[in-house]
Design a protein around this ligand. Structure first.
Ligand SMILES: C[S@@+](CC[C@H](N)C(=O)[O-])C[C@H]1O[C@@H](n2cnc3c(N)ncnc32)[C@H](O)[C@@H]1O
Length: 290
């Protein structure tokens, strides 16, 4: 691929930077092996331009001129800081509030059913929480569905330190909140003061922040350091980056962590068919532990 080549991934076109010589095959293989080993993400040849474009931003910031030297720098950094920065640069964090909204309609129904049956403690895991839109949407859904949400807790984890920090802040631009229905925006967000003409920003209500606990969990390294039983696990739009081995192992551990009758939500583009998993499908992208 030339240094000005393009590749399509995640519906976007990545332009490789013209400032750097293109990544050589050996360095690309070394980077993709390291990324697979550390976080289970499979970078095949089609991802070459994406990797090149994203890593070149890091190289520019560090003043490094070629990919081979950058990889040597990642390997020599004993703090692991540059490895984290590289994984941050490579991972795709696209998300939005109420994404795949059917899952939240169902979540509301499940919570109401369980509460009516006498349950008062609810535990939900957003396992690839990105910048926080998914766990905060879960929190909003729970507050809207439950009579008493005082013991409803959401664990929100991601591999990316940068994105977890952003999620913890809970501050979103007007564009980020455009999928939040207006009455819910008024109820669960506070508009931050802004200068005239500047883009509006909103902060999620402390009530929601208190329901969500953020952390880091690497989904490619089960068993996960969690105590079950969990009521619902959201594992959406992350398994697409893994191979079947990583998928199978993480699904087995999620199965262990769920209560019998608990649910797993996966992305609509993902399916567990062929995963030899014990989950039973109740509708596309929604599974139950029987
Ligand atoms: C496309 S976002 C999906 C966000 C959200 N679940 C949704 O559906 O809108 C994928 C997220 O998975 C995270 N991720 C990638 N590899 C991971 C891993 N091995 N363990 C945990 N999170 C990972 C990325 O950092 C990113 O934030």
């Amino acid at each position: 691929m030339s240094s000005t080549g393009t590749a399509k991934a995640d519906n976007r076109v990545y332009e490789a930077s013209a400032d750097f010589p293109s990544i050589d095959k050996r360095t690309f293989k070394q980077i993709s092996d390291l990324v697979y080993e550390k976080c289970g993400i499979c970078l095949n040849q089609k991802k070459e331009a994406l990797v090149q474009a994203r890593i070149s931003k890091r190289m520019r910031a560090l003043g490094i001129k070629d990919f081979k030297s950058y990889f040597a720098f990642v390997e020599s950094d004993e703090t692991g800081g540059e490895l984290t920065a590289m994984l941050d640069a490579i991972s795709t964090n696209v998300t939005h509030f109420f994404r795949e909204s059917r899952h939240f309609d169902l979540l509301g129904e499940f919570l109401q059913r369980w509460e009516q049956a006498g349950q008062s403690r609810f535990r939900i895991w957003s396992s690839a929480s990105s910048s926080g839109e998914e766990p905060y949407t879960i929190a909003i859904t729970a507050r809207e569905a439950l009579q008493n949400a005082s013991d409803c807790k959401i664990l929100a984890t991601d591999i990316s330190t940068r994105i977890v920090k952003k999620a913890q802040q809970g501050i979103y631009s007007e564009r980020n909140v455009d999928k939040v229905p207006r009455p819910l925006l008024a109820r669960y967000f506070r508009r931050l003061p802004s200068l005239p003409g500047a883009e509006k920003h909103f902060e999620v209500d402390p009530l929601l922040k208190h329901m969500v606990k953020f952390g880091h969990i690497n989904l490619s390294k089960p068993p996960f350091p969690l105590r079950g039983p969990l009521d619902v696990i959201f594992c959406r739009n992350v398994m697409i980056y893994f191979d079947n081995k990583v998928r199978r192992e993480l699904l087995a551990d999620m199965y262990r962590l769920l209560k019998p009758g608990g649910y797993l939500m996966v992305g609509h583009a993902e399916s567990l068919s062929g995963m030899l998993s014990d989950f039973k499908s109740i509708e596309p992208s929604v599974y139950i532990k029987t």
